[in-house]
Design a protein around this ligand. Structure first.
Ligand SMILES: Nc1ncnc2c1ncn2[C@@H]1O[C@H](COP(=O)(O)OP(=O)(O)OP(=O)(O)O)[C@@H](O)[C@H]1O
Ligand SMILES: [Mg+2]
Length: 270
């Protein structure tokens, strides 16, 4: 047997862990004791009714809000109470339900800004030249990943909606975060755009841990390794897609009505 020392403090089986997390706005408790443990490399879809607290949960994990109680761990380290940029520096990046790209900058410039912003913390000022070269290379690499290399010099405001969302994902992952949070990345897309976009998300998150909020059940069941069901600020189920689909509590609280609605919707469109 080898006697390799193990650093137990750093060793954690989870990329993201929520322990009895709570958040109140005034007298109203919005997140009510949420628990979740996401393994590294897992793709997790968070589903649940409107107003269940999905975006709020992302705001907590990314540091925009501080919890009223409970713990948030990123790769085994406490991040609750830390600032968004500190959490980002520790390897977590998020996108927003509303897009936040710069319309008057080109695709390349948007990506380069994302890269430079994330590098700012790691590079000192006398390294500026190599930093710019690295940023250009990285922006080029990201542009290929999100399949916008043919639109390099197009202003972001002149891209299609789906291309803008792709650019946003590029900016989100620019800093090389290993945990990525996407809030409704396919919102507002057509079925075919959604299908392509999910493929893109799958490609750019290979080897990363993904948490995504999603309303389209087709997307959820196609993309996610596991599904977390959030209802009234609590995770009522967290399991593989088939197990979640068959869970009577989930059927009752959410899925039954949503699946019926989406199937009916597809029937009408067809
Ligand atoms: N900053 C805030 N101040 C007060 N209440 C808030 C705030 N942000 C969210 N809420 C409330 O918290 C609840 C959860 O909102 P949240 O946006 O997290 O829901 P969601 O699950 O993301 O819903 P959707 O599916 O519609 O995006 C809602 O009742 C909302 O009104
Ligand atoms: Mg939301």
């Amino acid at each position: 047997m080898s006697a390799v020392p193990v650093n137990h403090a750093a060793a954690s089986p989870y990329a993201v862990e929520l322990k009895d997390l709570r958040l109140s706005f005034g007298k109203t408790e919005i997140i009510r004791g949420a628990n979740l443990a996401v393994a590294p490399g897992e793709r997790v879809a968070i589903i649940g009714p409107n107003g269940a607290g999905k975006s709020t949960l992302f705001n907590l994990i990314s540091g925009r809000f501080g919890p009223s109680a409970g713990e948030i761990l990123l790769n085994g380290r406490r991040i609750d109470g830390k600032k968004p940029f500190e959490i980002n520096r520790m390897g977590l990046a998020r996108s927003f339900q509303i897009t936040n790209i710069f319309g008057r900058l080109s695709v390349f410039e948007n990506l380069r800004c994302g890269v430079l912003w994330s590098m700012g913390y790691r590079y000192s000022f006398w390294n500026r030249l190599s930093r710019l070269r690295d940023a250009n290379d990285r922006a080029d690499e990201l542009m290929k990943m999100i399949k916008l290399d043919k639109k390099r010099d197009t202003l972001a405001m002149n891209l299609t909606y789906a291309e803008q969302r792709a650019l946003e994902i590029g900016i989100t992952i620019a800093g090389g975060a290993d945990v990525v949070l996407l809030d409704e990345p396919t919102a507002g897309m057509s079925k075919s755009e959604t299908r392509r976009f999910i493929e893109l998300i799958r490609e750019v998150t290979v080897g990363k841990t993904l948490l995504t909020v999603e309303h389209d059940m087709g997307v959820v069941f196609g993309l996610a390794d596991k599904i977390a069901v959030l209802v009234y600020g609590e995770v009522i189920a967290f399991d593989k897609p088939d197990a979640v689909r068959a869970n009577p509590a989930v059927q009752e609280a959410y899925l039954g009505s949503v699946l019926a609605e989406q199937q009916a919707g597809e029937g009408v469109k067809a």
